[in-house]
Design a protein around this ligand. Sequence first.
Ligand code: MOS
Length: 735
Amino acid sequence: MSALIGKSEKRVDGRDKVTGRAQYAGDFHLPGQLYGVVVPSTVGLGRVLSIDSSEAQSLPGVVAVISHLNAPKLAYKPHKAFIDPAVGERLHMLQDATVRFYGQPIALVVADSLDNAERAANELRVSYDRQQPKVDLRDPSLPKVAPTALGEEAAKHRGDMSAVIPDIVTVEEDYDIARENHTPIELHATLAAWEGDKLTLWSKSQFVVNEQAEIAAIFGIEPANVHVISPFIGGAFGTSLRTWPHVTLAALGAKVTGRPVKVTLSRKQTFYTTGHRPLTLQRMRVSATRDGKLTHIEHHGVGETSRYEQFAEALVGATNYMYSCPNLKVDYRLQPCDTSTPTYMRGPGEASGIFALETALDELAYKLDLDPVELRRRNEPKIDEGNGKPFSSRSLLQCYEEGAKRFGWSRRSPRPRSMKDGRMLIGWGMASGTYPVWFIPANARARLTSAGRFEVEAAASDMGPGTYTSITQVAAETLGVPMAAVRFRLGQSDFPPTPPHGGSMTMASVGSGVQSACRALQTELAKVATSAESSPFRGAATESLEWHGGVLRQRGKTDQLSYEQLARLAPAGLTAEGTGGRSEDAAKYSMHAFGAVFVEIAIDPDVYTMQIRRMVGAYGAGRIINPRLATSQCVGGMVGGIGMAIMEATVLDRRDGRPINAHMADYLMPVNLDIGDMQVIFVDEEDPHVNPLGVKGLGEIALVGVAPAIGNAIYHATGQRIRDLPIRIENLLHA
Ligand code: MOS
């Protein structure tokens, strides 16, 4: 059995998901468990003066009201993973009276049922010393700071920005993007149970080994005493990368009451303390000669962060390498506000930065009277001009070609408002996207069962892309067995450690680790075959043996051993571990995925309602392990891009920093009716440098470039250039 990689296998966990057998964090129950409800601050800055819990504690079923007045002191030992802000200190739970932002947890009410806990939480009487939070990024009194962790990457330049080149055309504009929240279907949830000094957490997490380490540091216990279990995730998009306060609160509640405690955040609460895409303000200047050759690019970006941590992302990073341009300057700064710390959200940094770059290029194309695809083609770089390295592979030109062809781009009439369908204005727009190829070595182990089948394990997570399935394909192909012979398990902190399930690196890192573990197991089995009493290969050199279609044989001989036979010769449960590595020459290359998105939008000329009729996304993302799942993942990213472009915005009340639309009625997101025909193309791309599997990752690139393609289509339809996201009906009506 071979060639499973590249096949559209069905989800191995599909049946469990549709029958409800798959258990998500909030689905776990323990005998005698209690329910914790988080009480959020109702002021945006200040101090808690008093908490009167007498009424709450007299209500039925209430077991504990925990606040800074009675909470045990927690160790909060230093611990940071690279997903945590390098500068600053995480929020400490219920350790003092300080309120840093609206919605910060100030108490946990624990009761025997969710209803009882919620009722009691409503009866807490809290008084505050209330101060005025500053949450408006455009407030000139807020100081900007350099993002310490990014060092020189935050401000780069090449060439000479003051170079005077005659007869150039310039676009210089501001591009602002609203704060967004991840809003996956599954709410954050943690069930915590102590047994002595050992803690088990059933918790929604994209990074179980880090949740283990983080909670151990917070409680001052050994990581080995914390076990995190996260078998299924109902979407996350980055919001479950860090270990947020509710996890600590669940463990704290369980500690104080001596019983298991489950904390599930409400939808509203997921807008307070579980990260968000930071609001960003950008200024972009692009200049080109009359024949469309870029001469200058200047990109300034500011992102919001909290006052207690510096969250930094790659806002201006892609501008360095996207196009060929001799004179370039990028600069990224942070603006601390009285808000909770933002975090990574699908395509973090690039999705926002590329909106500014790709919108400005579209504006430039109109000024130059050039087709927007042609303008980009004329500025295709030969190398990464930001760091001077060659690209390991770059298929952006093929993405333009295949995407444009599938879309029918050549039939576009360039003038705004020139395409119509009946009375509807039709707009065709496009944009490019990119995202780096990340790789962090992951460990995995593979075990041969007595029946000649395989169990493969890695800490990892699967938030929906189909990691269970695609990793099973890699394991089965490596071992030369059918999918059904392999059981891949993930989502446990005592499995071999892996990097976060984020940054589009799971297949690159965990896939390579699993491949390595399976090969290591084969090596162990070859040793068994050359040493076991009754083996036909006893005494043979292991190098003379080879694997072929799931059997071991000796070159030039007819004897062979199946895995079933090997299982009888080998010690019970023979296990091997492996670590994914990549070749040493990897550092010589600039490694990125690229894509091009084409959009057709129909807009009512009177009331400006918008319908995105169709989209084509063409991606150069290396090898595609499972085209069905990869396509699904890209469609999901494109849908996310619709949200970013025309719907999503978390709006803060300037009086107290409260997110005023912290619910799914007013935090608008695409629903089925908003989604037209979605087509995904993967251009052929072989990249031997990125990692052993040759994959580049898909999760982030799928969203990057979608918002500017839609904005550009809106301009083409209406002749109105809206430079702030989201672009809503009211922006077009008022423009
Ligand atoms: Mo992704 S934003 O790294 O989950």
